[in-house]
Design a protein. Structure first.
Length: 299
């Protein structure tokens, strides 16, 4: 099997590469079908996925069996200020990959987000709920979902949230740095969602991709908390003494609207393969323990 990972240098892309090479994740072994898989890893420097001709030529030459699209413009405020650019990356590029993967007989996995929902209703969202994005990031990611679905029937769309991994920047590393540097953290306590380990997500993504059960999946760690709850668990778990200050969204205005409640339920996983995602606290504790060894920057 030959696997193309787009956005291979990011949190999820790098974790997927590591798990496939190791053959196991923190939860357990990856599916046997991925043993000896050949990885073709690209990022923006190697392949411009907004260029359909470049993608088509690349797919024709590389004989890819599975495309995993981890590439995205994820700066939520940046998307709000530059929605046209966000559309090219989050929607048009995803559609390009879906068109090319269908043409050459490959499956495609496309990563999406909880931001496709409004977050105005304090109920866990399931896959069949009607999206209602409130930001440019959410709108462009939803547009990407639609283009993938239209172009390649052999698609898996995986929505996740609040992702953190060993490689790259994320909320966990930012909170640790702020706590150690400033001796305090101030975090909103009125936005709720699901912290998600990139290691756990990569594991479930591979389990899903090994099937022929195409469609939309939610995949986050279990349990819902606020950003303040998450931040508090991070600094407490790392043993960093600091002042923890809750605040409201109104006290911390941003260009893009954030969902107040964007918790996802992994219902399709529950009903098919079985949901093996860990409680977010358990996954975070393991991450903090392994971060000094596996992280790409000192902590």
């Amino acid at each position: 099997m030959r696997i193309l990972i787009c956005g291979a240098n990011g949190q999820l892309g790098s974790e997927l590469s590591r798990l496939i090479k190791l053959g196991f994740a923190e939860i357990g072994p990856v599916p046997a079908v991925f043993k000896d898989a050949e990885l073709v890893k690209t990022d923006v420097a190697e392949l411009d996925i907004t260029d359909i001709d470049a993608i088509d030529a690349f797919m024709a030459a590389e004989r890819i069996d599975l495309v995993i699209n981890c590439a995205a413009m994820t700066n939520v405020d940046g998307c709000e200020e530059h929605e046209e650019a966000a559309y090219r990356i989050n929607a048009q590029a995803a559609g390009n990959l879906a068109v090319a993967s269908a043409r050459y007989g490959a499956k495609i996995v496309h990563i999406s987000t909880d931001y496709v929902f409004s977050g105005n209703d304090a109920t866990d969202r399931v896959e069949d709920d009607v999206p209602d994005p409130q930001s440019a990031y959410g709108r462009t990611k939803l547009a990407g979902e639609v283009l993938v679905q239209q172009a390649n029937p052999r698609h898996f769309i995986i929505r996740t949230a609040w992702l953190y991994g060993y490689v790259g920047k994320n909320f966990v590393k930012t909170m640790l740095e702020l706590a150690r540097t400033n001796g305090s953290i101030k975090v909103v306590d009125d936005q709720y969602g699901n912290p998600t380990s990139a290691n756990d997500l990569a594991y479930e993504l591979l389990r899903i991709a090994a099937t022929e059960d195409f469609g939309v999946y939610h995949c986050t760690n279990m349990g819902t908390c606020s950003w303040f709850d998450f931040a508090s668990a991070i600094v407490d778990g790392a043993g960093v003494a600091c002042e923890k200050i809750p605040c409201t969204t109104d006290e911390f205005p941003r260009p893009a609207k954030r969902p107040a409640f964007s918790s996802l339920r992994n219902k399709r996983l529950e009903d098919s393969l079985g949901d093996e995602m860990r409680d977010w606290r358990v996954a975070l504790a393991e991450y903090l323990k392994r971060l000094p060894e596996l992280g790409d920057v000192p902590v």
